[in-house]
Design a protein around this ligand. Structure first.
Ligand code: NPG
Length: 370
């Protein structure tokens, strides 16, 4: 495969409703797409770095910069040497510390192009074993419990099989109790996005009364030992998200007792190939994984659905239907049917941007050529 050009395309899509987490409120999904043009096919991906480095240290302008300066030139180097393949890209940029979201974006666009040339779907390439995946939904922090109960009722009516509540200090035990009392025996979990400290252990232990599937990333990204201590004190299973940046990190965290469950987000870990390695590590150690989400457009959601169809993904993911995010997405719609979303089957990521919608949501476009 020869790399001819790479486009970094900034887009902004209004969300159907504001999404509040412990690190901010999103009203729009601002992101950038990576579009590669090769001699055989074009490929697309979505970079999940956000505008501000509030979820992790990466941010969109930084990701564009590292792509421009080092990652795209590395892909060009492989192309010039006649060895360009998605599988060769990770090793070629291993010397670049961090910047996993930027790396994931270029690797995925290359993988999309490569698989289109082969006429093969990403689901098949990654080892998917299902043609549809059970789906959950992530419910943001609200101003008051009645609004939360209305939102959860709407999602359950829509068919979602699992509810995840975003929590932070001041919005945790009370909303969980209210949702459990009102909706009974639903699959329920919480996500703190690092909002607590080790001093909150006794407070978090109060959540044990509500039979949660898991508590996700209560403590700082770096505080893996703190999660191990917390896990000894609470009965709710601990799941890690931000802390798990690689297969090695997953193995270490599990073996240290810091988590029972892992949320896999391809952007956070440097791509789909590393995601599969994390899946394999967790499966070997007997731990469940599930697929996270970062409000992706269909360009990012499609390959997430393929990943979520691997055998170790035994819990419903944040792989919700289009209507949970956007009135009009840049790709075809994903719908929920009987609590499940279908895994794309076409070549590559299986979806393409609609040129008119894409043009309407584009903020800027930059072409990187030799
Ligand atoms: O359904 O895509 C979705 C959103 C799921 O809650 C969700 N994502 O921390 O997991 C998270 C959170 C997130 C959203 C993280 C946006 C970063 C950006």
């Amino acid at each position: 495969m020869k790399l001819e050009a790479v486009e970094l395309r900034r887009v902004a899509l209004p969300l159907v409703s504001p999404f509040r987490t412990s690190f901010g409120v999103e009203t729009d999904h601002d992101c950038f797409l990576v579009h590669v043009v090769t001699d055989g096919a074009e490929g697309w991906s979505e970079c999940v770095a956000m505008e501000r480095p509030a979820y992790s240290s990466e941010y969109a302008d930084g990701a564009c910069d590292v792509l421009r300066r080092w990652l795209v030139p590395a892909a060009r180097g492989l192309s010039d040497a006649g060895t360009l393949a998605a599988e060769a890209f990770g090793p070629a940029v291993e010397w670049v510390k961090g910047h996993r979201m930027a790396k994931a974006a270029l690797e995925t666009a290359l993988l999309d192009a490569q698989l289109r040339i082969e006429g093969r779907s990403i689901a098949d390439r990654l080892g998917a074993v299902k043609d549809r995946v059970p789906t959950g939904v992530s419910v943001g922090i609200m101003d008051a419990v009645p609004a939360l109960l209305d939102a959860v009722a709407g999602y359950l009516d829509a068919g979602y099989l699992r509810i995840k509540l975003k929590i932070e200090p001041g919005w945790d035990v009370e909303p969980v109790r209210a949702v459990r009392e009102r909706f009974g025996d639903i699959l329920l979990q919480v996500d703190a996005n690092t909002a607590y400290t080790r001093h909150d252990t006794e407070h978090l232990a109060q959540l044990d009364a509500y039979d949660l599937l898991l508590i996700e990333q209560p403590l700082e990204e770096e505080d893996v030992p703190g999660h191990a201590l917390l896990a000894q004190r609470i009965s709710t299973p601990v799941c890690l998200d931000e802390s798990i940046v690689s297969a090695q990190a997953a193995r270490d965290a599990i073996l240290s007792g810091a988590c029972e469950i892992v949320n896999i987000k391809p952007g956070r870990v440097g791509g789909y190939l590393e995601s599969v390695r994390i899946h394999d590590v967790c499966r070997d150690l007997g731990k469940a994984v599930w697929c996270g989400g970062m409000l992706e457009t269909g360009i990012g959601r499609a390959p997430n659905l393929a990943l979520a169809a691997l055998p170790g993904f035994t819990l419903p993911g944040d792989t919700s239907a289009t209507a949970r995010y956007y009135h009009r997405d840049i790709t075809r719609e994903f719908v929920i049917e009987d609590g499940h979303v279908a895994v794309p089957t076409g070549p590559g990521i299986g979806v393409e941007p609609d040129p008119d919608v894409l043009a309407a949501v584009t903020v800027s476009s930059e072409w990187l050529r030799d």
